[in-house]
Design a protein. Structure first.
Length: 194
């Protein structure tokens, strides 16, 4: 029986596991941890706050700015990243998964791997309308290792690929772009035959 077309593969929503709620004992532990952290902060930082307050308005302003610079920096970077994705979306308007596929070697890829990588990265970037290219470098997306592993695991599940023996893959340690990732995933053993 031939393999069904990739457009008929399971949507990502069917493969994601629902988060399990904490048990009542887990809720108690979380509340106790939060109360312990608050008590420790009050105990150790409380006297320091009083001293800073008595030092004058300039010192108070410096301390407040010192605490606020990290969230401000994070917000600025997030806004810059969002603008970059919007700019890419405008530059690539009219492109679709078809251009992504055309940039890959047709005989050595699994169409399911193509669709899984394309859709999972779009979802991870938070923009299902952003056209991706096979030449897009993975590090340009700013995903950390955990996010990348989650994307890879979901893509592998969707295209029925096994991730147990990754070192045996001929593309191991050669993955730099989305196209390389499709080639790598296509070279992994299939779980469909098992």
């Amino acid at each position: 029986m031939p393999k069904p077309l990739s457009r008929f593969m399971k949507p990502r929503e069917e493969l994601q596991e629902e988060p399990r709620p904490l048990s009542p004992a887990g809720n108690v532990v979380v509340v106790l941890l939060i109360l312990g952290i608050v008590a420790a902060l009050v105990y150790w930082i409380g006297p320091m706050v009083v001293e800073i307050w008595q030092a004058g308005p300039f010192v108070v302003a410096l301390v407040i700015l010192g605490f606020l610079w990290v969230p401000i920096l994070l917000l600025w970077r997030a806004a810059r990243y969002s603008r970059r994705l919007r700019r890419l979306e405008l530059e690539r308007s009219g492109e679709s998964i078809c251009e992504f596929v055309r940039a890959l070697p047709r005989r050595s890829i699994d169409p399911w791997a193509v669709r899984a990588v394309y859709e999972e990265f779009q979802h991870a970037l938070g923009s299902d309308s952003l056209p991706l290219r096979a030449t897009d470098r993975l590090k340009e997306f700013g995903l950390d290792g955990v996010e990348f592993d989650d994307i890879l695991e979901l893509a592998a599940k969707r295209c029925c690929r096994d991730l147990t023996d990754t070192e045996g893959n001929p593309f191991y340690s050669k993955v730099d772009t989305l196209g390389d990732l499709v080639l790598w995933l296509s070279a992994q053993p299939s779980t469909r035959d098992a």
